[in-house]
Design a protein around this ligand. Structure first.
Ligand code: ZN
Ligand code: ZN
Length: 167
């Protein structure tokens, strides 16, 4: 049997292999208990935020305010400032994807294989976000990267628009 330390090391190796084999970071263990990435640790606070995204499922895009509201509802005593910091950190750790909206707003979503290579239609008034897929956008990204000798990481399109309720 492995000791818990060996098990953690093994898991880090597996995660590293997974991230090498795919251009997207795969969350192999949903709560990645105590896993370090780039020297950053998944503290209980960070896990709580990550857990929230895992529970609502992929395809959901939450603002920092919405994350804060939901966490306060399930008893967590946490400030909005901490949520902002935590979200930024989870983005740096490759666990969340940050969507920049107009007027400096941000929304966050879980990075997973299911949601790889999708695009966003974003209402500039209420922030409603819908996902769509389009192979031509991916192809255009691939061609542009190749033409300029860049190594492709991802191609995604954010379309700013006004939703039916806000027109
Ligand atoms: Zn999305
Ligand atoms: Zn709207």
């Amino acid at each position: 049997m492995f000791s818990s330390h060996q098990e953690l090391l093994l898991r880090i190796v597996i995660v590293s292999l997974l991230s090498l084999s795919s251009q997207y970071q795969v969350i192999s263990s949903p709560l990645g208990d105590g896993l370090h990435r780039d020297g950053k640790r998944l503290t209980p606070q960070r896990l709580k935020v990550l857990n929230l995204f895992e529970n609502i499922g992929s395809g959901n895009h939450l603002s920092a305010e919405e994350v804060h509201e939901k966490l306060v509802k399930i008893s967590a005593k946490v400030s909005l400032a901490t949520i902002y910091r935590t979200l930024r950190l989870l983005v740096q750790m490759g666990l969340l994807h940050e969507l920049e909206l107009s007027e400096g707003g941000h929304r966050y979503e879980l990075i997973s294989n299911e949601t790889a290579d999708h695009h966003h239609l974003i209402c500039i008034r209420c922030g409603r976000t819908e996902e769509f897929e389009n192979d031509e956008v991916l192809e255009a990204g691939k061609i542009a990267a190749k033409f300029n000798g860049f190594k492709l990481i991802e191609s995604s399109l954010n379309v700013r628009a006004i939703c039916p309720e806000c027109i």
